[in-house]
Design a protein around this ligand. Structure first.
Ligand code: 26Y
Length: 821
């Protein structure tokens, strides 16, 4: 079924016109990149009408709008996804075909907008897709980083970071909106003035300011003509660079302002779950928050509402603590600019702001040094002091004389501003991202807060959009599902996949399902051949772990196990192992040394194993360079085994686990994050679960850990693997390369807990689970059943379901319908 908005002939003419106007070329002599641009502009033209209609309808219906505040939006490529959502993919493919152009090749010309690190950023993008699809008016607000997530190159096994110049060729889908420019002020000092009624006025002086300039990116709903906006802010100097002031002091001021502005949005910090306390990051946070809130307030007034009605019309969802300065900025706008009393302003702020927590890793918690904070944001700091004073008063009232409570809960403490505490004190809603995660927040990490204000806490288990991760990523499987269900409605109602369950007993269906998997494995094998120049056997088990590199995610456990399997193959050539391809993809933060050592180890093991002819290619290890949204789509579709092996209690939810499941991969994982709920949906018999429980991990942690030497001494196979880290087997003879990894597992030099992430403790149980995988895969029919049932059971994990829960419990916004007119 095609959408009527597209007229094939007109579309083809439009492309030719665009080529002429943009590049003075015709289809025949245009490059692929030029064609990509021309086609994207033609698609954008079609989007424009719906975009305008959406804004009109939103105003007419007096909608409450969701403003999703996030430092990261990992949207991925737009062209293909937009066409899918406009239901015009096939039509455009045909139109281009007639012009002798391959749509697939054009899609590869688009640079992934990588304005995010990992899970939290990609979740924000999935949410925007679901909001538009479900018909909820919403704005994503973030930063238009000049350089997004770095591109990763592997050189001699080491990660190299290359700047991601994603705007190099321009980004065809964005719209510059200079008319919405906002001024944002930093630094200086605060002077207090009193008016004739002795009301204090707070005036910021000697500040530096920059202009925030808006760019809008269209977010297209699936088959409903709805187009929401992702608003990203660019920074520009306020003082224009004027040559006639060359001699005057203005010149220097101009250059200085220029620099202040330029570097604010220069680069996305590549830290995932790790706080570094960089001043520029705080600047970025306040920059996009102040711009977003100022323009939200303006829009509210322009639509004819009183400021006091704000909570009826806007909801700010804070994606982790990164945008939490919003709480204080909103108070500033309401009190200082709008003249509301503190109480009135607090009433509104706390009804407008909701906070999502995405991590329990203590090193991810943002705590800004007070001196830095108050220097950069003097007025905001004063406001936080007042919020803190009142919050502490509340704690005192509730727990008289309990100074320990106050110390644990206050916002300001030990010279730091604790952003999570600010978020919880102000927000009316605090949510975790999977059931287990929320329980851990309530009963461990945020126990004090939960005790004092239990009504704020709620769970919203994450989800992912099936439009990108099934329809676009896996057209073969999507078509098959459409065929079997007799409907495409699973595109907006993923629960329908349940109706595939009876096919688990249908031999024909099972072999078709595995046939599709095979095709997708061929596609990935071709990608690997092209990028890694490694031949992989599509009949081997594709065992995949792709995600950010972090010790708690335990890529190290995976690769140590590969080392073990390799030893076994060498020692027991008589034993049979099912062919396996271990596939890794992961970026490490530029400054995260241990993570980089693990990448090097994976590549060293790959080097040795892949070149050892004695094992007959039964074992291959592939490290896919530059893991990102676009290649993720190819990877998920091709996976047999989904490695979700974090130390229990550490992974808040995970969302890759859901993308794998959707595409018929079987989870090999711990009872962590959303894995718990995945297993609940698909049945424990259709997953491979191993390892310590979160309770056990927390118990060990409270008791100072365990003694890994016991394992080293008792299990000779593990001992051998560990010894190989320091005997040169994998370091080209260099015995020191992996010494730090070895030490971290057995006796850390920095006095931290040995084997903090329980890698050795879980090793034996992981090994057993891996043996079960091997056995299960040998029974092709059994495996096919498991895989199919995973796809059939993934309905809960659509971000559509997640968004409906946010709406029902937190946002209370209403759907709109964008009319045909
Ligand atoms: C403080 C700062 C540098 C920082 C930057 C990025 C802190 C955290 C992050 C990113 C966190 C993140 O991506 N968390 C992930 O969120 C996903 C979506 O909820 C979860 O599925 C995943 O388990 C969690 O690790």
């Amino acid at each position: 079924m095609f959408d009527t908005r597209f007229d094939k002939k007109k579309f083809q003419t439009e492309i030719q016109e665009n080529l002429k106007n943009l590049f003075r070329k015709s289809v025949e002599d245009a490059s692929s990149q030029e064609l990509f641009q021309a086609v994207s502009f033609a698609v954008k033209e079609v989007i424009m009408d719906d975009w305008m209609k959406t804004k009109k309808t939103e105003k007419k219906e007096e909608s409450k709008v969701v403003v999703y505040l996030s430092m990261e939006f990992l949207v991925g490529r737009a062209l293909g996804n937009n066409l899918i959502n406009m239901k015009n993919y096939k039509m455009v493919e045909e139109a281009l075909d007639e012009l002798g152009v391959d749509l697939n090749a054009l899609e590869d010309e688009e640079r992934d907008p990588a304005l995010g690190n990992g899970g939290l950023g990609r979740l924000a993008a999935c949410f925007l897709d679901s909001l538009a699809t479900l018909g909820y008016p919403a704005y994503g607000c973030g930063i238009r980083y000049r350089y997004g997530m770095f591109r990763q190159k592997i050189e001699e096994g080491y990660q190299k970071e290359i700047p991601d110049d994603w705007l190099m060729n321009g980004y065809p889908f964005e719209l510059r909106r200079p008319e919405y420019t906002q001024e944002v002020r930093f630094g200086g000092n605060i002077r207090v003035e009193h008016d004739e009624f002795n009301n204090a006025k707070f005036i910021q002086e000697n500040y530096q300011s920059v202009n925030a300039v808006l760019y809008e990116i269209p977010i297209i709903g699936y088959n409903n003509h709805m187009v929401n906006s992702l608003c990203v802010w660019d920074a520009e100097p306020i003082v224009n660079f004027r040559l006639d002031s060359f001699d005057s002091g203005d010149y220097y001021k101009a250059v200085e302002q220029e620099n202040v502005a330029r570097n604010i949005v220069d680069v996305l910090y590549p830290n995932d779950n790790h706080y570094a306390g960089k001043e520029l990051r705080l600047k970025q946070q306040y920059f996009f928050i102040s711009a977003s809130l100022q323009s939200a307030l303006k829009a509210l007034k322009e639509r004819g509402y009183a400021v006091k009605e704000m909570d009826k019309k806007i909801i700010f969802q804070m994606n982790d603590t990164h945008p939490t300065v919003a709480v204080a900025e909103l108070m500033r706008l309401l009190v200082d600019e709008e003249g509301l009393s503190w109480e009135e302003a607090w009433g509104i702020t706390s009804k407008c702001c909701a906070y999502t927590n995405h991590t329990i890793m203590s090193e991810a918690l943002e705590k800004w040094p007070i001196d830095l904070f108050s220097r950069l944001l003097p007025r905001i700091y004063q406001i936080i002091q007042e919020i803190d004073r009142r919050f502490v008063e509340q704690i005192h009232q509730r727990y008289p004389g309990n100074e320990e409570k106050v110390r644990r809960m206050s916002i300001l403490c030990d010279g730091q501003v604790r952003m999570a505490h600010l978020a919880i004190a102000a927000a009316f809603s605090v949510n975790g991202v999977a059931r287990l995660h929320t329980e851990i927040l309530k009963h461990q990490e945020l126990k004090d807060f939960y005790e004092m204000m239990p009504e704020k806490f709620n769970n919203k288990t994450n989800g992912v959009t099936q439009r990108r991760f099934l329809l676009h990523a896996n057209p073969e499987l999507s078509n098959w599902i459409t065929d079997k269900l007799g409907t495409e409605d699973f595109a907006t109602n993923l629960e329908l996949l349940e109706n595939l369950k009876p096919l688990a007993d249908n031999d024909n269906a099972l072999s078709e399902f595995m046939g599709i998997k095979r095709k997708n494995k061929e596609r990935l094998a071709a990608y690997i051949k092209k990028h890694n120049n490694i031949e992989v056997d599509v009949d081997s088990i594709f065992d995949v772990q792709v995600k950010r590199l972090h010790e708690y995610k335990r890529q190290l456990l995976n690769i140590l196990h590969v080392m073990y399997v390799y030893n076994q193959m060498k020692e027991h050539p008589e034993k049979s192992y099912y062919k396996r391809t271990y596939i890794f993809g992961a970026k490490a933060s530029a400054g995260y040394t241990r993570a980089k050592e693990i990448i090097k180890l994976i590549n060293s093991v790959a080097e040795v194993v892949n070149n050892d002819r004695s094992i007959n290619g039964k074992l291959k290890v592939v490290f896919i360079e530059d893991y990102r949204v676009s290649n993720a789509e190819i990877i998920f579709a091709a996976a047999d085994v989904s490695e979700q092996i974090s130390t229990a209690s550490k992974e808040a939810s995970g969302t890759g686990n859901m993308k794998f499941m959707m595409n018929g991969a079987v989870t090999l994982g711990t009872m962590d994050g959303a894995n718990v709920e995945i297993v609940e949906e698909v049945g424990r018999e259709n997953a491979f679960i191993f390892g310590l429980s979160s309770e056990e991990v927390i118990h060990f942690e409270k008791n100072g850990g365990y003694n890994p030497w016991d394992i080293y001494n008792q299990d000779q196979d593990i001992r051998k693997v560990l010894d190989q880290l320091v005997d040169g087997t994998y370091g080209n003879g260099d015995k020191e390369l992996y010494r730090n990894i070895y030490d971290s597992l057995l006796s850390p030099k920095d006095g931290s807990m040995a084997d903090m992430y329980f890698i050795l403790k879980d090793f034996a149980s992981y090994r057993d689970a891996q043996e079960q995988v091997d056995a299960a895969y040998r029974d092709q029919k059994r495996w096919a059943k498991m895989a199919l049932l995973n796809t059939a059971s993934c309905g809960k994990f659509s971000s559509d379901r997640t968004i409906e829960e946010y709406v029902a419990d937190i946002w209370h916004s209403k759907k709109i319908k964008v009319g045909e007119e």
